[in-house]
Design a binder for this molecule. Structure first.
Ligand SMILES: [Zn+2]
Length: 103
């Protein structure tokens, strides 16, 4: 586990505020652009800090089982929501000093 994903353990869920969140890797249609390869997850930068319940909403293969409840129009709509929560996560990481700029 990387330092970045390690730092997520015990954070609050960016989607619902529940405790005990952890890093969940993006798994949507753009995952190969973010470093996904055979047996390799995409970049740790493409992770959202979710609790188990929200992880289940965005876990691989969740589109069909959750599209109605979540109101997703298509897989790209699901992707947009996942990327939204990743952006919220990275903004929080920057605000809290987990992500910093070296120059
Ligand atoms: Zn949650």
């Amino acid at each position: 586990m990387s330092k970045l994903t390690d730092a997520s353990n015990g954070s609050t869920c960016v989607r619902c505020g529940a405790p005990d969140a952890y890093s969940c890797h993006y798994n949507g249609p753009r995952q190969h652009a973010y470093g996904k390869g055979r047996a390799i997850k995409c970049s740790d930068m493409a992770t959202a800090e979710f609790c188990k319940r929200c992880d289940d909403v965005f876990v691989e293969g969740s589109y069909a089982t959750h599209k109605e409840a979540e109101g997703w129009r298509d897989v790209n709509d699901r992707s947009e929501w996942f990327l939204h929560w990743i952006m919220v996560t990275n903004i929080r990481r920057a605000r809290e000093g987990v992500l910093t700029c070296q120059r």
